[in-house]
Design a protein around this ligand. Structure first.
Ligand code: HEM
Length: 445
């Protein structure tokens, strides 16, 4: 008998049998199997070996926090993603990751982000000015452009032309779409090679790296000083006094673009839609925004005072976590709760299902922002993980929260928002994407 012990097995043929539907949206399948198998199940995949999926908070805490040294990022993040978006914070692991995290972390401290808030807010205003009013508009493209611009301006301030940034945005979008195909349909790998898809996307990678390299070189030669993330990355010094090479800078910048805009765009889209659906909550936010506006506070104080707005964002991130799943691989044999895993076992933690589990939440499918006011300790629990947990916690979490509060503030100050239905459809790709959400923005008199 094997010394290893895994959660109940779901036979692989059930995945094969439902592969088209699972490809479209695995969430309902995972939910059914979690319900049937006590929050964790396993499957043996011919492509990835033994895979476990879990929505158990104790196991998640052990993997992401207590025993993070045993559970590393899997090949999906380190190999597949890094091939296209570079070997930076999100995709690296081990010693190299730690060295990079120590180098870059100070640039994301609250104190440093304080310097960025006016760049962020000016960019938000420019984008909000462009919103078409008095008609239903597709929300996601608007939030996507806004979030991309915010990361771009925070990184490069005004050192890159609009046309260049637009091209970078298109390339990143195309690369992300192809990465999902490669991960979801590994059996088509040969077909992608034969069709020239891989070659085409590697050309896009080169183009994106050349674009970023040119911005870096320009900045290095310019005498101007900027209070942006690029300046922080250029000035950051390792313990031996050396700085990052251009290749390392490009890796990290690409990662910040990828990790920092789609997630925020998704979250903003879901949040605004939820607010439009819940007019009572919207009124409470409006009242809070009016009060804070009347105090003439600085931008940073405004952010800190908008506590109910913050809890609406927290609740939206609970119901629709943009990073809906993350994974790790056991780098040695390990006891995980009641299980005993063999080295190489992959574990997927369903953040989406943790956030909707009746074991941890009352009325888990309802939008109740007040729950975050009543108990703000949830952020420290093992079952609320919109930004992950442990040493690999999202480096941009404060940045993202500040940005989202400023966006909601700006929109609520200027518009009444309404929706024509109460349906929220999702498409779980690398991130949980909203599908076809529309909103009407009516300027306030
Ligand atoms: C609502 C917005 C965001 C969400 C929901 C989000 C979520 C996450 C999650 C869950 C992780 C951990 C992944 C894992 O453990 O496997 C992560 C990592 C990361 N995020 Fe975010 N993120 C957001 C915004 C941002 C922003 C704005 C930036 C940068 C400007 C950013 C940069 C990163 C980076 C660099 C990592 C890798 C950190 C490391 O491994 O050291 N994220 N994010």
């Amino acid at each position: 008998m094997s010394q290893y012990k895994y959660p109940n097995k779901v036979p692989f043929y059930k995945f094969l049998f439902n592969s088209t539907a699972i490809n479209k949206n695995p969430i309902p399948f995972y939910k059914k199997w979690f319900d049937m198998h006590d929050d964790s199940f396993s499957v043996i995949s011919p492509f990835r070996g033994r895979v476990i999926l879990t929505r158990n908070a104790t196991l998640s805490k052990q993997i992401l926090q207590k025993q993070h040294k045993i559970y590393h990022k899997s090949k999906i993040q380190t190999k597949f993603l890094s091939k296209y978006i570079g070997y930076g914070l999100l995709t690296s692991s081990g010693e190299y990751w730690l060295k990079q995290r120590r180098l870059i972390q100070p640039g994301f401290h609250k104190e440093k982000i304080k310097n960025l808030v006016s760049i962020i807010n000016n960019t938000i205003r420019e984008q909000v000015d462009k919103i078409e009013t008095d008609t239903y508009v597709d929300l996601y493209p608007i939030m996507h452009e806004l979030a991309f611009e915010v990361v771009a301006k925070s990184l490069f301030n005004y050192s890159a032309e609009k046309k260049t940034l637009r091209r970078l945005q298109v390339i990143i979008e195309q690369l992300q779409q192809f990465i999902v195909k490669e991960i979801r349909q590994p059996h088509k790998k040969l077909w992608y090679v034969l069709k020239g898809d891989i070659r085409y996307h590697m050309k896009l990678v080169k183009e994106s790296r050349d674009i970023i390299n040119a911005v870096i070189e320009n900045r290095k030669q310019s005498k101007e000083s900027h209070d942006d993330l690029l300046e922080m990355l250029l000035n950051a010094k390792y313990e031996d006094g050396l700085s990052m090479t251009n290749n390392q800078l490009i890796d990290e910048i690409l990662i910040l673009f990828v990790a920092g805009h789609e997630t925020t765009a998704n979250a903003l889209t879901f949040t605004l839609k939820l607010l439009a659906q819940n007019q009572d909550t919207l009124k409470k936010i409006q009242a809070e925004v009016d009060i804070v506006e009347s105090t003439n506070s600085s931008l940073l104080d405004t952010i800190l005072k908008l506590k109910f707005t913050r809890s609406c964002i927290d609740e939206s991130l609970r119901l629709y976590p943009p990073a809906w799943i993350t994974d790790r691989v056991a780098v040695k044999d390990n006891q995980l709760g009641d299980y005993f895993l063999k080295k190489g076992t992959i574990i997927g933690i369903s953040i989406y299902e943790l956030h909707r589990s009746v074991s941890y939440w009352k009325n888990p499918d309802d939008f109740i922002p007040e729950r975050f006011i009543e108990d703000n300790q949830r952020h420290k629990s093992g079952y609320y993980l919109p930004f992950g947990a442990g040493p690999r916690l999202c480096i941009g979490n404060d940045f993202a929260i500040y940005e989202m509060i400023l966006v909601i503030n700006e929109i609520i100050k200027r518009f009444d928002i309404s929706t024509n239905n109460n349906v929220i459809k999702v498409n779980p790709l690398i991130t949980l994407k909203p599908v076809g959400l529309q909103l009407k923005f009516t300027p306030k008199c």
